[in-house]
Design a protein around this ligand. Sequence first.
Ligand code: COA
Length: 280
Amino acid sequence: MIEPGSESALPGGQLDIWIAISAHVADHHRESAYEAMLDASELDHYRSLQYPEHRFDYLLSRALLRTVLSCYTGLAPEQHRFTRNESGKPKLDRESLPEGVFLPRFNLSLTDGVVVCAINRDAPLGIDVEYHGHGRSMLDVADQYFSSLEIAELKRLPALEQRAGFFRYWTLKESLIKARGEGLSVPLDSFSFRAATGVQGSTQKAKLVSMAEGFLPSEEAWSFRYFDLGSDYTVAVSMGETIDHICLRESIPLVGCVDVQDTSSLFTHAHQDALYAAFC
Ligand SMILES: CC(C)(COP(=O)(O)OP(=O)(O)OC[C@H]1O[C@@H](n2cnc3c(N)ncnc32)[C@H](O)[C@@H]1OP(=O)(O)O)[C@@H](O)C(=O)NCCC(=O)NCCS
């Protein structure tokens, strides 16, 4: 499937998205093997987390990132070393890794019970996943952060679709901020996405329809995608080149992975049965 350590494993224009779901991983009891992959600062952070479910999600995020990177670099999960830019965006640290190893770009996001990791060859990349939660309308939050264009689009949706619509715009904006890697250096309402209600279960294209001059370098051709995971999560990716091919996989680190054809089915019994059949 992937030829570790070789650039040919990941052509330009390819976007790989790896998903890990805490509830699917928990049964496999690999916590101590995951802990053994962490470096000292990751272990410190892991141990500082108070709630067991947050600890597990964080541990899973590190295990997913490190095992996924191994598929491309050919290094052992614990061998990967990272540096961060001044806004905290991590990348693989070429200085402290063996010479000649192929180092892909990555970006990571986690929320209650789900971790996602995007990988490409060498283009700016950002990913965000959000859990919808329950309760109040998000329109007052949108008023605070979204552009007037996005707010108008959101208000045009039927009331029952506004919550999912809110998370489409939120994750798209967050993924672009993460792809630029400069933190919140620009006002969130200074750029606007358009994201129609998409077909459930597959990746959809979004458009960046307005932004301040110089916000994105003119030589980069940006692509934006979003999709729902089940009915309670939304994922969005921003990538600084044309996306030719997307590959989605669910992974249980150190156990195995399966291709994902339909992102709306990930939390169904049928999908869990298929995972169980593949890995148990
Ligand atoms: C830190 C930030 C990058 C995202 O925070 P978040 O949504 O809480 O976190 P996510 O789970 O999506 O991503 C966390 C991961 O992103 C990566 N990351 C950290 N800083 C980053 C940065 N500046 N740029 C890109 N990626 C970054 C890291 O891998 C991090 O995990 P790690 O520290 O365990 O390695 C930043 O964008 C932020 O604080 N945003 C503010 C939120 C906001 O107001 N959003 C409005 C959207 S409309």
